[in-house]
Write a protein that binds this ligand. Structure first.
Ligand SMILES: Cc1cc2nc3c(=O)[nH]c(=O)nc-3n(C[C@H](O)[C@H](O)[C@H](O)COP(=O)(O)O)c2cc1C
Length: 176
């Protein structure tokens, strides 16, 4: 029930620009071992497979971080549902021909987020001293295979549950 609700809310994030799950926070482990977190857009949800996709520039720090340590956390606070989702996932970076179908669905105006010069995070002499030329070779899909979920429901009573892939998603209640 709660497990289904989580995937329902995540799916809504893909379809509805105003849904809270539209903009989760993606956390990774940086090369120096420190956590890094940033807002992303949830692009695809596969509830049956327990995977989520995010689009990014292949040259961004998060891609290098995920190559070095392919583990991520995704956080959503769904205010309307009084639901906090904390997902733990294994991450795979998909590029080139294997994401050609994703690239084909990225609207023209949105393609400027992938490509351009200099690469994301590089120093620039002035705030706007960069160009944004779309480049499909810079487009990457971060595929998150969810391994575990910590779900906190802040209703009149507080409920917390943990769902684990290795247990076939059997949930266990936890003290909140
Ligand atoms: C509302 C919002 C949505 C964003 N969506 C994405 C996204 O889908 N993919 C992405 O790579 N960066 C996205 N960003 C930018 C990231 O938060 C981040 O600044 C950028 O990806 C660089 O992160 P990195 O250096 O840790 O790789 C978004 C930022 C905001 C504020």
């Amino acid at each position: 029930m709660l497990h289904a609700q989580v995937w329902l809310r995540l799916g809504r994030g893909v379809r509805d620009r105003r849904a809270p799950a539209r903009h989760p926070t993606l956390a990774t482990i940086a090369r120096d071992g420190r956590p890094q977190a940033r807002t992303v857009v949830l692009r695809t949800v596969d509830a049956a497979g327990g995977t989520l996709d995010i689009h990014t520039d292949i040259r961004s720090a998060k891609v290098a971080e995920l190559h070095a340590a392919p583990f991520a956390a995704l956080h959503v606070w769904d205010r309307g549902a009084h639901l906090q989702l904390r997902l733990e996932a294994d991450a795979t970076i998909l590029t080139g021909a294997e994401v050609a179908d994703h690239w084909a669905r990225v609207p023209q105006a949105a393609r400027v987020a992938y490509g351009g010069s200099p690469a994301p995070g590089m120093p620039v002499g002035d705030a706007l001293a960069y160009d944004k030329t779309p480049d499909p070779a810079c487009f990457a899909v971060v595929r998150l295979q969810v391994q575990a979920m910590d779900v906190l429901h802040l209703g009149r009573d507080h409920r917390r549950a943990r769902f684990v892939r290795a247990d076939g998603w059997a949930g266990t209640w936890r003290a909140p």
